[in-house]
Design a protein around this ligand. Structure first.
Ligand code: AMP
Ligand code: ZN
Length: 458
């Protein structure tokens, strides 16, 4: 079955065809680096990784772009409040630049621990100020902007199509939210550029045709998407909370500038919840990946947990669910390891069954069930091994490298082994014996095999 994806824009499952043959452009909205990512945020990046792996599984060469929001995301989606990073800087005493760099590094570590493939391009908003200013200038020249005391705003009333992604009903909004309007002409209008206020009070500020200030949150994604993927690309994705505001505004900007659609497909991942409420930084009820590591839980157990729920269904996080996922992963690892060191061919029929599931809007829960069925089937071990290795390219559980703890030879022991080899080649028998003794003391025996010496726990 060819790949089908659920497109939020058309609210339908559509067959995926790329704009350029064999290549797929994918833009995923990245984190706002004013704090550590929580498990909810990471569920969204696991969903994006599953999407990317599925595209690659089907043979597309993916150009995956992810932004890092290091400026301009305010504490309120209504364009009021503080810049989240400047506010954190004021509280912590660290510079906004240092904080953004520190949380970006921590986020990249989290992705690595979850075996999430690195984006082809990872781009920072603060590195694309010129592109954002050029974008806003163009919108201004086309008559889509107006000025208030605190910034330059996008006039959403100029677009009949505004809010189509979210099926927005504008009339109801106007009546209900008049109080929040301030100087904005319409409740849906949003900031493109915000003025600094008192010069020097902000750490992140730039000169612009409109004065000293900083870009609004939405413009960065329109500007960076266009720079790194072109005006119109294949897939844009993010968490479900982006539908109503952030992605609606990205679409508005790009359509106003170019009169073209921004992306062919829009995909949104559902929330991770705790006790039926969205896991969020503001509620304080959230867990980081590090919290799991501190409890000795393998980060890939969290990946296994997320694979068990469809990306468009919300997932309730609990300690019991994570424990069950950890034991599921442990059993799968042991089962794959138990197949031994054998080489075979991928089984075509099982591959077709697995592919059918991931191609039906990334149905990883069912794909995981197919993987289990295959492992428990009567296929020869060598075929199972080759087939699960192929499946794991999509699952991302890093199954092939896993070894039972007793078989993992510490790096120091491997180093002694290599030194012993050199000593033997150089006929320094005394040194070679001393190195063997050290390996023994560390609890390992050396087997001299046709592939060279290997250590095994004694
Ligand atoms: P932020 O760092 O706040 O910009 O969010 C980064 C990504 O995480 C966005 O795509 C959000 O939609 C997503 N996100 C935020 N909270 C959750 C949650 N509880 N579950 C899943 N995704 C979330
Ligand atoms: Zn974005």
């Amino acid at each position: 079955m060819p790949l089908h994806l659920y497109d939020t824009y058309s609210r339908s499952l559509r067959p995926f065809e790329s704009i350029e043959e064999g290549k797929a452009g994918l833009y995923a909205c990245g984190p706002t680096v004013y704090d550590y990512a929580h498990l909810g945020n990471l569920r969204t990046y696991l969903f994006v990784d599953g999407l990317r792996r599925t595209l690659e599984f089907n043979g597309w060469q993916v150009r995956h772009v992810m932004n890092i929001t290091d400026v301009g995301h305010l504490t309120s989606d209504g364009d009021s409040g503080d810049d989240k990073i400047e506010a954190r800087s004021a509280r912590s005493g660290k510079s906004a630049w240092d904080l953004a760099a520190e949380f970006t590094r921590a986020f990249e570590d989290d992705l690595c621990q979850l075996n999430i493939l690195s984006p082809t391009v990872c781009c920072r908003a603060t590195d694309h100020i010129a592109e954002q200013i050029a974008f806003i200038s163009d919108l201004e020249a086309k008559g889509y902007t107006y000025r208030t005391q605190d910034g330059i705003y996008f006039d959403t009333t100029r677009q009949d199509s505004y809010g189509r992604l979210a099926r927005l009903k504008r009339d109801g909004l106007q009546a209900g939210k008049r109080v929040e309007l301030g100087e904005k002409r319409d409740i849906c209008d949003f900031a493109l550029w915000k003025f600094s206020g008192v010069p020097g009070q902000r750490q992140m500020e730039w000169d612009s045709p409109w004065g000293l200030g900083f870009p609004g949150w939405h413009i960065e994604c329109s500007a960076m998407g266009e720079k790194h993927l072109g005006r119109y690309f294949d897939i844009h994705c993010g968490g479900e909370d982006h539908v109503a505001v952030h992605h609606s505004n990205e679409i508005a900007q790009t359509e106003a500038r170019h009169g073209t659609r921004l992306a062919n497909f829009w995909l949104h991942g559902a929330f991770l919840k705790t006790q039926d409420a969205k896991m969020s930084k503001s509620s304080g009820d959230f867990l980081r990946l590090q919290s799991l590591l501190d409890q000795g839980i393998d980060p890939l157990a969290y990946r296994y947990l997320c694979l068990g729920a469809h990306y468009r269904s919300s997932l309730n996080f609990s300690g019991q669910a994570l424990d069950a996922a950890a034991s599921g992963l442990a059993r799968m690892r042991a089962s794959v390891h138990g197949l031994g060191d054998v080489a075979g061919e991928v089984d075509r029929a099982w591959l077709a069954r697995f592919t059918e599931q991931i191609n039906e809007d990334l149905n990883f829960p069912r794909a995981l069930a197919v993987a289990w069925e295959m492992l428990k089937s009567g296929l020869p071990d060598a075929v199972k091994k080759a087939t699960i290795a192929r499946f794991d390219a999509a699952l991302g559980l890093d199954l092939m490298r896993w070894q039972p703890a007793a078989l993992v030879v510490p790096a120091q022991v491997s180093a002694w082994l290599a030194q012993r080899e050199t000593a033997r080649e150089e006929r320094r028998w005394h040194d070679a014996d001393a190195l063997r003794a050290r390996v023994r003391e560390a609890g390992y025996e050396i087997d001299d095999t046709p592939q060279g010496p290997q250590a095994r726990a004694s």
